[in-house]
Design a binder for this molecule. Structure first.
Ligand code: WTA
Length: 637
């Protein structure tokens, strides 16, 4: 059984062991899984190239550990509870035995369609059990899943399909989200027409009786091929370092990159962190509200919980449908013990119904988590008072797509909690704060750039098809360390508080958006000369998107122009990247070398213009007053 830390002394002991002898510590954890062949070397650590390998030479299949292993001991325990979008619709429950049989059928269908080990399969799916089934089916046969959040546009989807040369796309016909029914397959069709020549088949799950366009050369209904398959499928024996999945995420420059995770290390780390951070006990029901299109959905709806033999709840809908009580009603109905959501959802629910949680019985909650962005103090206290109510502990978990699993977090009832602090590193995690020059800031009460100086099992291995980019983004900035892109503080007792991104990535409702991506989209408008995008504090979203746009000509119909820009961004990336504010400007502040001075733009968007620093070195210092005036008008309108 994976180690489950139960006291502060045990935490300290595990942490010390994990630093003194990381290999022994992780080998001990890894040995609690089923391997077809044991590893010969625990860790090969090259943090420069980078070339990190864990459990080298080990052979296994992660689905045997997620499913078969539990089917042997508790076949009838629930693996997945699915709560549909509509309250009147019945939840679906799958036991471990049923889930294994569904996964095997889907795996056999994939094989029949010509999918084999190493093929990349793109997912564009709503939150339905079939997404979990098909992801596990890929893992069963050694295919690599690349899940794309179903809110992204056809353009973004096409980019991701092409980048990984996906052989197949798995989607549904439509997506039920709150009051809306969103066309899904239509977006896939549009994407494929954008030159996705690698796609040989589109597997479509039918969730409505609405008509969809059908291309018989490409499209196959899920029910036509999956349902008739045999429910036994021998798992493909994988190497520890074979790819498990690719997940695209935004960075400061260029197009989103495909973060690669491999089988062995990811398995060991997600299971370990799930059991410890959520203190999951046999019989508990665990619910993470994330979408499976993000890393949180991968690690803590699917893999972590199933590896730990837990019952994981999947929710199809949105927090506000049919009303602001939905989350709490679901918690009450399924007697949820661990609940994991994002600050943006907490703030939205807090705004929609301060007292709403009081109407529900939430006494079964033991641990409630937060992830994806810094949680502000007011939201933390509301979550504590209205939801935790003295029964549950808050875990503010910090991690990233690239880290695969949670790295810094309180452990409920084991380490202390302090509002807005992700607090202490988990065993195996060695955080450091450095200054701009890479000098380590020692001691407490310091603030700097957050790096990790030793690999943990689920660290990203590469960025798909571009290892150099992985190196230059994460490993080159500070030699011998993984650079997170976040700034953080360490308090007087060594707790970490994550401040936020220090690069050109903004975190909108917990979604990572690269400012460069949004600028590229805006610049596609023929009337735009150039643009600059920055983040600014937003009450619900955490950060909003503020775009400064310089037009070719005098703008006659501002509202119309604005709408066109929003449409272009929606088309290029998706609605999540739409700017909240567009300020038309005559000129952007530039340095003498022609670089846009983002620092000034950020300050103006944050409405913090008292200290703009030295603007005399600007090529066009007069631009600053214009910008300030323009911003004032927007804020006062
Ligand atoms: C931010 C999500 C503060 C951070 C799992 C990080 C957080 C980025 C927290 C990764 C937290 C995540 N407190 N900030 N508890 N958790 N972040 O890749 O800026 O979607 O770098 O992974 O979210 O976002 P990603």
């Amino acid at each position: 059984m994976t180690l489950q830390i139960k006291s502060f002394d045990e935490y300290k002991d595990a942490y010390r062991r994990s630093v003194d002898d990381p290999e022994a510590f992780w080998a001990e954890q890894a040995s609690t899984f089923e391997w077809r062949e044991k590893w010969h070397t625990v860790l090969e650590n090259d943090f420069i190239t980078p070339d990190v390998k864990w459990f080298v030479g080990g052979k296994l299949n992660i689905t045997e550990n997620c499913l078969d292993r539990h089917v042997k001991t508790k076949p009838d325990q629930l693996a997945i509870i699915w709560e549909p979008n509509e309250v009147f619709q019945k939840p679906l429950r799958l036991t471990y035995k049923q889930l294994l049989s569904e996964v095997n059928k889907c795996a056999n269908a994939l094989k029949e369609m010509g999918v084999s080990k190493g093929d990349r399969i793109c997912f564009y799916m709503p939150m339905i059990p079939q997404v979990a089934i098909a992801m596990l089916a890929c893992a069963r046969i050694g295919a690599i899943h690349s899940v794309v959040f179903a809110g992204f546009s056809a353009n973004s989807l096409a980019d991701r399909i092409k980048d990984a040369s996906c052989k197949m796309v798995i989607c549904s016909d439509f997506n039920h989200r709150g009051p809306k029914t969103i066309p899904v397959k239509e977006v896939v069709d549009e994407a494929i027409k954008m030159g996705c020549d690698s796609v040989e088949k589109v597997l479509v799950f039918q969730s409505t009786n609405k008509n969809v366009e059908w291309n018989p050369d490409l499209d196959i209904w899920w029910h036509d091929i999956v349902d008739r398959q045999d429910d036994v499928c021998e798992p493909e024996v994988m190497d520890s370092e074979d790819m498990l999945f690719i997940l695209y995420t935004s960075g400061s420059t260029g197009k989103p990159k495909g973060v690669v995770h491999t089988v062995g290390g990811y398995m060991v780390y997600t299971c370990f962190t799930f059991k410890n951070v959520f203190q999951y006990e046999e019989g508990d029901t665990y619910w993470c509200t994330a979408d499976v299109g993000w890393i949180t959905g991968h690690s803590y709806i699917l893999y972590g919980p199933l590896l730990a033999g837990a019952t994981t709840l999947m929710f199809e809908g949105v927090p506000g449908h049919p009303d602001a009580g939905r989350f709490w009603r679901v918690c009450e109905k399924h007697r949820v013990n661990q609940f994991y959501t994002a600050p943006t959802a907490i703030r939205a629910l807090m705004a929609a119904g301060w007292h709403e949680p009081e109407h529900y019985d939430l006494s079964e909650l033991k641990v409630i988590g937060s992830v994806g962005e810094p949680i502000n103090e007011e939201a933390w206290h509301w979550y504590d008072e209205k939801v935790a109510r003295g029964n549950a502990k808050i875990v503010d978990t910090w991690w990233q797509t690239e880290t695969g699993g949670i790295l810094i977090t309180p452990l409920p009832n084991i380490t202390d909690t302090k509002p807005c602090f992700a607090s202490y590193p988990l065993p195996g995690v060695q955080p450091v704060l450095v200054d701009q020059n890479g000098t380590e800031l020692v001691g407490n009460n310091v603030e700097g750039l957050l790096c990790i100086k030793f690999p943990w099992p689920s660290i990203l291995r590469t960025t798909y098809g571009d290892h150099e980019r992985c190196k230059s983004t994460y490993f080159a900035p500070f030699k011998g360390m993984y650079f997170t892109g976040d700034g953080a503080k360490r308090d007087e007792d060594g707790r970490y508080r994550i401040i936020g991104r220090v690069d050109d990535v903004i975190n909108v409702s917990g979604h990572r958006i690269g400012t460069a991506e949004v600028e590229d989209a805006i610049n596609q408008h023929s009337g735009v000369v150039e643009s600059a995008v920055v983040g600014y504090p937003h009450d619900i979203k955490g950060q909003g998107i503020y775009a400064y746009v310089k037009a070719h000509h005098e703008i006659v119909e501002e509202a119309h122009f604005r709408k066109e820009i929003l449409d272009i961004v929606t088309k290029a990336i998706g609605p999540i990247a739409k700017p909240d504010v567009i300020q038309f400007v005559i000129q952007l502040p530039k340095t003498r070398s022609g670089k846009i001075m983002r620092r000034i733009l950020r300050k103006i968007a944050e409405r913090d213009t008292s200290n703009l620093g030295d603007t005399s070195t600007l090529l066009n210092p007069e631009s600053v007053d214009e910008l300030k005036e323009g911003a004032e008008k927007i804020f006062n309108s």
